[in-house]
Design a protein around this ligand. Structure first.
Ligand SMILES: *Cc1c(COP(=O)(O)O)cnc(C)c1O
Length: 404
């Protein structure tokens, strides 16, 4: 007979043996002092600097965002009180969907509890309901897209990462009248590379394929108004389903899609992950609204963000730290071994007050274990000096691979 707990413990031990058991850093973020936080560890509390937050612009603590959230809580209370259909549509949700549609120059937008749910729901609903649909998916796509595609049970083809020719040849195998959906991201969050969006959209158009673009790691950060890579590259009008999050650069929580009024109404009406889940708290919607509006008007924050990332990449390279050739704000440094990756992270935290989480399989391929740094406009030169000195020390202590 199966001993359930023994089974669970065995599976956990297998992860520990491989060195990829996940330990969460117990943090207390310090509002107004980004990127500083307090770390609870082994009965002690230590002040640390966070170097791996997806609150890419520090908007999660911006005074205007906090004020909007406080105001909405005082006005409307804590929770939304229902699903969108049954008493849970608060006026803030309506305003936020309008704002998102405007940001992306789309007819409509639709909110979800998270970006994960937005991808899962939209892709599974489209793939399941478009008649005889085939979905073409980039091999590096995020888990939320993979799960959505799997759940749709549509025929699926995987194309090589950012490989326009491969996508073109796969699309060419299907007759023009067949429904096709091409799912990609713009900024890939672990390598920090960016899709050749225009070329991919050209191919989609040529084959009459719909496209689905995850801009989770780009919204708020790219384009004149923070609408993402599609805005930066002048391609917004060609995107069929734009997907984003309110949890990363916008600093709050929640996900969304934007696109044609018909498409959004379709997902609103058929997507289980939208229909059967309580809508986000009004305070969350109000905070996200304030954050989007702020970032729309403050391009200088995006410029500063890019400068910080470029500077950190350059400084790592000069120091012989093996930084990956990222073309975005993401700064991945390869360690190449799960145990050493965890050791490097532990030493940076324990001995230098620097927090960067080790990234191991299955988030990245085995042998490409890494530390993923995300400098923000609020990381100072002094923060970087400290990081560089600490990284060099840890690299020497652990005899980690340096750049050739
Ligand atoms: C984080 C992430 C998501 C999920 O967004 P959440 O709002 O965190 O649920 C979706 N896609 C990509 C590429 C992501 O990195």
């Amino acid at each position: 007979m199966i001993d359930y707990d023994e089974y669970f413990a065995d599976k956990i031990n297998a992860l520990k043996k491989e060195g990829r058991y996940r330990v969460f850093a117990d943090l207390e973020r310090t509002a107004g002092d980004f990127p500083r936080a307090r770390n609870y560890r082994d009965g002690e509390i230590k002040d640390i600097t966070v170097w791996c937050s997806n609150d890419y612009m520090g908007m999660g603590q911006h005074p205007e965002v906090l004020a909007a959230m406080h105001e909405a809580i005082d006005k409307c209370g804590a929770g939304a009180g229902g699903t969108r259909n049954i008493s849970g549509t608060n006026h803030y949700h309506v305003l936020l969907e309008k704002e998102l549609a405007d940001l992306h120059r789309m007819e409509a937008a639709l909110l979800f509890g998270s970006g994960w749910t937005a991808n899962m729901t939209a892709l599974s609903t489209l793939g399941a309901m478009l008649p005889d649909c085939v979905i073409l998916s980039d091999v590096e796509n995020h888990n939320s897209m993979i799960e959505g595609i799997r759940h749709s049970r549509a025929e699926k083809k995987i194309f090589k990462h950012n490989n326009v020719e491969h996508l073109d040849s796969l699309l060419g195998q299907y007759p023009p009248e067949r429904a096709k959906l091409v799912a990609i991201e713009s900024v890939y969050s672990m390598d920090g590379d960016i899709a050749p969006l225009k070329e991919i959209l050209d191919v989609c158009e040529r084959h009459n394929a719909m496209n689905f673009l995850d801009e989770v790691h780009a919204v708020g950060m790219y384009g004149r108004h923070g609408a993402g890579i599609a805005e930066r590259d002048g391609q917004m009008h060609r995107v069929s389903v734009m997907q984003g999050t309110l949890a990363k650069a916008f600093g709050v929580v929640g996900g969304y899609i934007a696109g044609s009024a018909a498409m959004c109404d379709f997902i609103r009406s058929y997507g289980s992950g939208f229909i059967f889940s309580t809508s986000m708290p009004p305070g969350v919607a109000a905070a996200a609204l304030a954050s989007i509006r702020y970032l729309k008007e403050h391009n200088e924050l995006r410029e500063k963000h890019q400068e910080r990332a470029a500077t950190l990449k350059r400084r790592f390279a000069e120091a012989g730290i093996p930084v990956m050739p990222s073309s975005s704000h993401i700064v991945p440094v390869i360690v190449g071994d799960p145990v050493q990756c965890k050791q490097a992270s532990d030493r940076l935290l324990d001995e230098h007050g620097i927090y960067v989480q080790p990234i191991n399989y299955p988030t990245v391929e085995r042998g490409t274990e890494r530390l993923r740094f995300t400098p923000t406009p609020l990381h100072s030169d002094a923060d970087m000096d400290h990081l560089l000195a600490a990284t060099k020390t840890v690299w020497e202590q652990l005899c980690l691979k340096t750049a050739a």
